[in-house]
Design a protein around this ligand. Structure first.
Ligand SMILES: *[C@@H]1O[C@H](CO)[C@@H](O)[C@H](O)[C@H]1NC(C)=O
Ligand SMILES: *[C@@H]1O[C@H](CO)[C@@H](O)[C@H](O)[C@H]1NC(C)=O
Length: 183
């Protein structure tokens, strides 16, 4: 009796595991050429009276999948915007007028962990870039981590302003994987 129950449970376990196993076995789409990050900078103001209240995040990258189109994505915010800066969709991405224009770029800054512990818009965040275009397909980078352990360097000055960016020592070109998704 016990043995039969075990068999039933084992079969149920196999059946439950099957769908996800099949997903993993699905043939992978051919990889896209990674994005090349040209510059990435973050800034936080001193907060002193009379100084600019804006923090900002700027990234510029080149997309070898689209004739090396160069894109500059910026966003800025004030302290009052608080947590809304995380996860919001930023669409202020300018495609270099000299480049071929294909679709629209947008990006999100995400907390690097579920708990959000240690997250910082200056030097500990995930960048999620997204590229939509008319054929109904979009390309997104993986949620790519930027932090002081791997790729971000910078400092806060005595006046209280902070400035960080892609650490000078990182390998160049600095590549960020991207993958294609059907809508
Ligand atoms: C894009 O840039 C890379 C690196 O500079 C170069 O090897 C490649 O030929 C360029 N592709 C196009 C389509 O311009
Ligand atoms: C970053 O973008 C802001 C606008 O959001 C701009 O004022 C600033 O000059 C830019 N800084 C860099 C280093 O590109």
């Amino acid at each position: 009796m016990k043995f039969q129950l075990f068999q039933v449970l084992a079969l149920a376990t196999v059946a439950a595991a099957l769908p996800s196993a099949q997903k993993l076995d699905r043939p992978l789409k051919p990889p896209l050429k990674p994005l090349v990050i040209n510059t990435l900078s973050t800034f936080a103001p001193s907060g002193r009276l009379g100084s600019s209240p804006y923090s900002f995040f700027n990234v510029s990258f080149t997309d070898p999948e689209f004739s090396n189109t160069t894109v500059q994505c910026n966003t800025q915010w004030t302290l009052a915007e608080g947590d809304t800066v995380w996860t919001r969709k930023n669409t202020d991405c300018l495609i270099d007028p000299k480049s071929k224009r294909v679709g629209e770029w947008s990006f999100q800054l995400l907390k690097p962990t579920a708990s959000g512990e240690g997250a910082s818009l200056l030097n500990n965040f995930m960048l999620h870039l997204r590229h939509d275009w008319s054929s109904g397909v979009h390309v997104a980078t993986q949620k790519f981590n930027f932090d002081g352990e791997r790729n971000i360097g910078g400092m806060c000055s005595a006046s209280g302003t902070c400035q960080f960016g892609l650490w000078e020592g990182v390998e160049r070109p600095y590549l960020v994987p991207q993958f294609k998704l059907e809508r």
